[in-house]
Design a protein. Structure first.
Length: 278
């Protein structure tokens, strides 16, 4: 009986390169994420690496569609590779596309404060920030913030400064953020301040936070400021963090025990004057 030979068709080159480029883009994207999160490189080169990964993903999607046409017309194999390239390419581009949509709607700022006229200042964290991103920019940044985030306002508490400071410090410690500076009110200094650093959820960008607690009438006023270290729009992360902190501090203050009034030291009794001898 004559043996029948089977000739295996080679897969479409478009499908092969689609899957290869998608896998390479995925590897470059993961590497750029690690570099951005760890700060191994400067922001510019790290962002360029991420841009290269997205470019590979876009080309992989184009090659996948070219592979579909080739497979349909010529009957070539490689449909699985083309689908894999398309899926990975879309997966890589989905989140950046979502961020781009948010960037289009939100203002291009990265420094948010509850007090734009007299914002809290970074002191302990100032050396760790870029030299031109230590002071609050004010001006256009403040105007854009007031339009986009009118709800970011100071928090008024019916607690003395020391009690409000303890509440705010407890909220920061619950987040397990590293505290760079914590100054309670002492002596002639009636204000208190806390400086800490948080990280964004996705790429771990560092965002510095300073809390100022000042006396206000019989209670206290809390002002917060959150500023990104990278020179790029924050896509609303600083405003969202301040909203969360304000709500957490307000809730913790409402559950805090009422402060005890300070007890005055008892006055020393003066000895009775001796009666003169006759």
């Amino acid at each position: 009986m004559a043996r029948r030979s089977f000739i295996e068709e080679s897969p479409s080159p478009w499908a092969v390169w689609s899957s290869r480029l998608a896998l390479f883009g995925l590897a470059v994207g993961l590497l750029s994420g690690v570099v951005l999160a760890t700060g191994f490189l400067e922001f510019g080169p790290a962002l360029a690496t991420l841009g290269a990964a997205l470019a590979f993903a876009a080309v992989a999607i184009l090659f996948a569609f070219a592979a579909f046409v080739s497979i349909w017309r010529q009957g070539s194999s490689g449909l699985g590779r083309a689908l894999a390239g398309l899926f990975l390419g879309v997966l890589l581009l989905a989140y950046p596309a979502y961020l781009a949509q948010r960037a289009y709607k939100l203002p291009a700022i990265n420094d948010i404060s509850t007090d734009t006229a007299n914002p809290p200042r970074f002191v302990a964290l100032a050396p760790q920030r870029p030299a031109d991103h230590v002071a609050y920019p004010g001006g256009t940044t403040a105007a854009r913030q007031q339009v986009a985030y009118p709800d970011i306002v100071p928090l008024q508490l019916d607690l003395p400064v020391r009690s409000a400071y303890d509440v705010a410090l407890g909220v920061i410690q619950a987040h397990k953020w590293p505290i760079a500076n914590a100054q309670p009110p002492a002596g002639p200094r009636r204000d208190a301040s806390i400086e800490t650093t948080a990280r964004s959820l996705v790429l771990g960008f560092r965002e510095d936070i300073v809390i100022r607690i000042a006396p206000a009438g019989s209670g206290s006023r809390i002002d917060l400021r959150s500023a990104s270290r990278i020179p790029a729009p924050d896509l609303g992360t600083n405003a969202a963090r301040l909203r969360g902190l304000l709500d957490e501090i307000d809730e913790a203050a409402s559950n805090a025990p009422e402060p005890r009034p300070e007890q005055k030291a008892p006055e020393e009794k003066k000895p009775a004057p001796r009666r003169p001898r006759r």
